[in-house]
Write a protein that binds this ligand. Structure first.
Ligand SMILES: Cc1cc2nc3c(=O)[nH]c(=O)nc-3n(C[C@H](O)[C@H](O)[C@H](O)COP(=O)(O)O)c2cc1C
Length: 221
């Protein structure tokens, strides 16, 4: 059976970014997908643009609309040719391709995912392109991967996550990892979280060191 990574037809991934903290997680995932030549249907919530500017200094709306994909590639230190792989639609455009189940995709990732967007998806509220696209992924039985980001989590957040997890949605919060020296840096932690998403989608990567067992000399009891 073809995995997503070796599928002869490279279907796009729908990638949503919300106004949760951690824009760099979604941007790093975008970069990795483009490096793999995977087409990306990119949906940026209005609040994601504010948080992205606050956290990374990248001001998406500074460039003219026709230049924004190239500006994104420049920010991600990617060649300008990769811009042709990115299809950006306004979050207000409920008529965009990813709003319909007839538009074939390999699935959807929302990274980072705010508690507000998570709650809407859990309740079936499709009030913008991002939430509608997630609803489409769910109804079509396609992979839906969320990277929820908030701390501490209240019972509403947890109940919404449980409800979605029971529907097959993968919850991949950015959790700290410690088993390898690369995790000593924030960049190492970001690569770990993004690598976990690529693992779930079936794409190859070398973003983090895999676990190979306990170090020699450490006895199990
Ligand atoms: C700098 C900043 C950081 C934020 N971080 C989070 C967060 O980590 N998690 C969260 O759920 N909301 C966070 N928020 C609040 C969301 O941006 C807000 O709930 C917003 O309405 C989410 O809208 P969206 O899901 O449509 O992007 C943050 C807001 C700002 C300004």
């Amino acid at each position: 059976m073809p995995t997503l990574a070796n599928h002869p037809e490279k279907l796009p991934i729908v990638l949503g970014l919300t106004g949760a903290s951690g824009s760099i997680l979604g941007l790093t995932l975008l970069k990795e997908l483009l490096l793999l030549d995977v087409p990306v249907d990119l949906v940026l919530s209005e609040k994601s643009l504010l948080v992205m500017y606050q956290e990374t200094g990248f001001q998406y709306t500074q460039a003219k609309p026709e230049d924004r994909q190239i500006a994104l590639c420049q920010f991600l230190a990617l060649p300008a040719e990769k811009a042709s792989l990115i299809q950006v639609e306004s979050n207000k455009n409920i008529g965009a391709p990813s709003a319909s189940g007839s538009h074939r995709t390999a699935g959807m990732v929302i990274a980072p995912c705010s508690m507000g967007t998570l709650a809407k998806i859990a309740c079936g509220i499709s009030d913008n392109l991002l939430t509608r696209s997630a609803d489409v992924a769910l109804k079509e039985g396609r992979p839906l991967i969320l990277m929820p980001r908030e701390t501490p989590l209240n019972a509403i957040h947890l109940e919404n996550m449980l409800k979605l997890a029971r529907l097959g949605v993968k919850m991949v919060p950015p959790m700290l990892s410690f088993y390898a020296p690369q995790f000593d840096t924030v960049a190492g932690q970001i690569h770990y979280s993004v690598g976990k998403i690529l693992d779930l989608l079936g794409y190859p990567h070398t973003l983090y060191d895999r676990w190979h067992g306990l170090a020699k000399g450490i006895e199990t009891v």
